[in-house]
Write a protein that binds this ligand. Structure first.
Ligand code: KIV
Ligand code: ZN
Length: 498
């Protein structure tokens, strides 16, 4: 059996079910792209039949993300499966995740059914999903409380029906690590066709054992783990991605590996916390503020003499910035390169020159340049190089007693053109001037401004989604001037269909 552990991220599905953590489509695309950089194997990004918003997110993520498998959740219901298949239309590799409750309480109270009927429905759902995609994952909901003998029959039947992955969720977070590991081992030993599919863990943290249960599942034969960033999820949450990945990485006695780029972990943790407005507890393993902070004198002394005295992993391994080289307007290229290398971003000499010029402009306006700023600098670089339309000039007049006016100059495929327009605010005026120059029907569907961190001199990030001829296009930019960032993001979106 291969020892690669597939990372199935469900931050955008199970994680997003947390009350108050809902994201709009633009935010979901941003997070999905960041998960792609983290190198997760599968992104579960919604339950398409549940709402038009979830449907649209699966469509847009499928269009904007290339490498990971894109997965959509369904019940064992034909309509759900058809809608999920539709939503996955643009996915390079799409997976339908269908399933049904298999524990006695689910069979009796939720479905008013019996064990044989549930097996029939499971088989039917998997076969139906296989008509649309080659990759079908089946979940046996509440498998944690399902009797092992019956569970083995369900697993055998769905694999025979064409399931490529079988998920064994501890839906209520009730199992102990020993019990959950034994369950996986039982299935490995008692399902005759188990080698035709991958078994997956999906653990909830109601008793604080989600990570332990997941590791126990892996040690007993599971080869996919379903996890969320920061362990967010319903009630006490899901298994946390960073805890599982770092356990497998730190414990050299465990023969397993993942393809995760661990240096991206901290960045993803911050992004999820910011987008979902969900603070990370200070003592959270791996990504909490105090995870690497040694406060006692004995520990500080030990760590200064040799890190390994009290640390089992280097903060840098997960992308936590503990560098002492500060970045200011006086920093040179070598310092900038050092920081990009530290973040796992390796720039060519030309890319470094371009990033350095942008860095100097930003450092002139802002005292402390942080990691988010550095990411924004290279993100903007890469976008700009591919654009057919560029913003060359922008001037706005606005204030309490004046009519907002904007003058915009665009370079459209080498040709410079200019327009002036009024609006109900400076951004509306500038967007309207851009529209005059583009001369196509463009509708702004979503517009989101985020301040990245602390002070009023900070970089603002702007995400825009526009509609043209029935299709949606996404644009992004960042700048200390949010009006410029807004127009740049608008132009970025438009350049995708011009
Ligand atoms: O916890 C659970 O059982 C689930 C399934 C829908 C996969 O989230
Ligand atoms: Zn779940």
């Amino acid at each position: 059996m291969d020892n690669k552990i597939y990372i199935f991220d469900t931050t955008l599905r199970d994680g997003e079910q947390v009350p108050g953590c809902q994201l709009n489509t633009i935010e979901k695309i941003e997070l999905a792209k960041s998960l792609e950089q983290l190198n997760v194997d599968v992104i579960e990004c919604g339950f398409p039949v549940s709402s038009p918003g979830d449907f649209n997110s699966v469509v847009e993520i499928s269009k904007n993300v290339t490498n990971p498998v894109i997965c959509a959740l369904t019940r064992a219901v034909e309509k759900d499966i058809e809608v999920a298949a539709d939503a996955l239309h643009y996915a390079k590799r799409g997976r339908i995740h269908t399933g049904i409750g298999t524990s006695d309480p689910h069979i009796k109270y939720k479905f008013n059914s019996n064990r044989e009927e549930i097996i029939e429905r499971a088989i039917k759902a998997v076969k139906y999903a296989r008509r649309f995609v080659d990759d079908v994952e089946f979940y046996a909901e509440d498998a944690g409380r399902t009797d092992n003998e019956y569970l083995a029959r369900v697993v055998e039947a769905v694999i025979a029906a064409g399931a490529t992955v079988v998920n064994i969720p501890d839906t209520t977070g009730y199992c102990t690590p020993w019990e959950y590991g034994e369950k996986i081992k039982y299935l490995i030993n008692n399902v005759p066709n188990v080698d035709k599919a991958i078994l997956s863990t999906h653990c909830h943290n109601d008793l604080g054992m989600a990570t332990a249960n997941t590791i126990s599942g892996v040690m007993n034969g599971a080869r996919q783990v379903e996890v969320t960033i920061n362990g967010i999820g319903e009630r006490a949450g899901n298994t946390s991605l960073e805890e599982v990945v770092m356990t497998l990485k730190c414990r050299k006695d465990l023969p397993f590996y993942t393809d995760i780029d661990a240096k991206q972990i901290y960045k993803n943790s911050r992004l999820v916390s910011t987008l979902m407005r969900m603070p990370v507890q200070p003592n959270k393993a791996v990504v909490g503020r105090n995870a690497f902070a040694h406060s006692s004198g004995i520990h500080q002394d030990g760590v200064l003499k040799n890190r390994e005295s009290y640390e089992i992993m280097d903060p840098m391994d997960v992308g936590v910035n503990d560098s002492v080289i500060a970045l200011t307007a006086r920093s040179g290229r070598a310092a900038l390169k050092h920081h990009y290398d530290r973040l796992g971003i390796h720039l060519s000499p030309d890319e470094l020159t371009e990033a350095y010029n942008k860095f100097l402009l930003l450092a002139d306006k802002k005292k402390d340049i942080n990691d988010s700023d550095l990411m924004v600098i290279v993100g903007v670089n890469r976008n700009e190089a591919q654009r057919k339309i560029r913003l060359k000039f922008l001037q706005v007049i606005c204030g309490k007693n004046s009519v907002p006016m904007a003058t915009v100059k665009l370079n459209i495929d080498g040709e410079i053109c200019q327009a002036t327009s009024s609006g109900n605010g400076p951004i509306d005026a500038a967007f309207s001037a851009v529209k005059q120059l583009i001369n196509r029907k463009i509708v702004v569907e979503e517009f989101l401004v985020q301040a990245i961190t602390r002070g009023s001199d900070d970089v603002g990030k702007v995400h825009v989604q526009v509609e043209n001829r029935g299709n949606l296009y996404y644009g992004f930019s960042a700048n200390t001037d949010i009006i410029t960032a807004s127009v740049e993001a608008f132009v970025d979106a438009i350049s995708k269909f011009i």
